[in-house]
Design a protein around this ligand. Structure first.
Ligand code: ADP
Length: 226
């Protein structure tokens, strides 16, 4: 089975002797080529959900599998490897390294996973060109607009050709036009390269680009629309 599957996932936090259920019996399957949105109020469990789906946090109960591989049996090093190789994260702010050029922001990902080949460089350049950054490759983050920075972060998320894309409010720091552009680009990559993608968003206007919309409320996930 490819893609990402969560089955009966719960997450409990202990706080001051109280047990908080941040996620309660959440099940979800995202196939390759599918773009799913998760909406819901603040405090409903969206970040916890994305952290568990992204192998950053272990579930208290239930199973998470990625391309058929159960994550619960993996140790910290193996989980770090899954995050590096199989998952591309796109966060609210672009989190670029200030002293690296646009091209190097992508190549440094390869460096972490091994060493940089000629093919890696060519792939980085083609990704940046696809994302409209062909003329910005030697610029530094402070020379880019907010939208360009976020597109660089998207290119970086795709650099290791991960199967799974997890986006946490990717439009939060962008104006409406740039926001649409960024989510359209994610949708295009999901379709053309057959990624499984989940986007947490507050922005209802972005739901038109998604195949399914789920709502998180009090730690429970329900399907809103297909
Ligand atoms: P959202 O992303 O939708 O705002 P979160 O996943 O951050 O929701 O939080 C879900 C619930 O879990 C909230 O009640 C929050 O206070 C609680 N929570 C989140 N992280 C922790 C933590 N590390 N320790 C204790 N409680 C937490």
């Amino acid at each position: 089975m490819t893609g990402l599957q969560l089955e009966h996932v719960s997450k409990f936090y202990e706080e001051g002797g109280h047990k908080i259920a941040a996620l309660q019996d959440v099940s979800l399957s995202v196939e390759q080529g599918e773009f799913v949105a998760v909406i819901g109020p603040s405090g409903s469990g969206k970040s916890t959900f994305l952290s568990i789906a992204g192998a950053l946090l272990q579930a208290s109960a239930g199973t998470v599998s990625l391309n058929g591989k159960d994550l619960s049996g993996l140790n910290a090093k193996e989980l770090a490897n899954v995050r590096l190789k199989d998952i591309g994260f796109i966060l609210q702010t672009s989190n670029l390294v200030p002293y690296l050029t646009v091209l190097d922001q992508l190549l440094v990902v390869k460096k972490m996973a091994g060493k940089i080949t000629k093919e890696d460089k060519a792939f980085a350049k083609s990704l940046l060109t696809d994302l409209g950054l062909g003329s910005k490759m030697s610029k530094f983050p402070n020379e880019l607009s907010g939208g360009e920075r976020q597109r660089t972060a998207i290119a970086r998320a795709f650099m290791n050709q991960p199967n799974i894309i997890l986006a946490d409010e990717p439009t939060a720091s962008l104006d409406s036009k740039r926001g649409h552009e960024v989510v359209q680009l994610i949708a295009k990559e999901v379709k053309s390269r057959k990624k499984a993608a989940i986007m947490v968003t507050h922005d209802e206007r972005m739901l038109q680009y998604c195949d399914k919309v789920y709502r998180m409320e009090d730690g429970q996930l329900s399907l809103v629309s297909i």
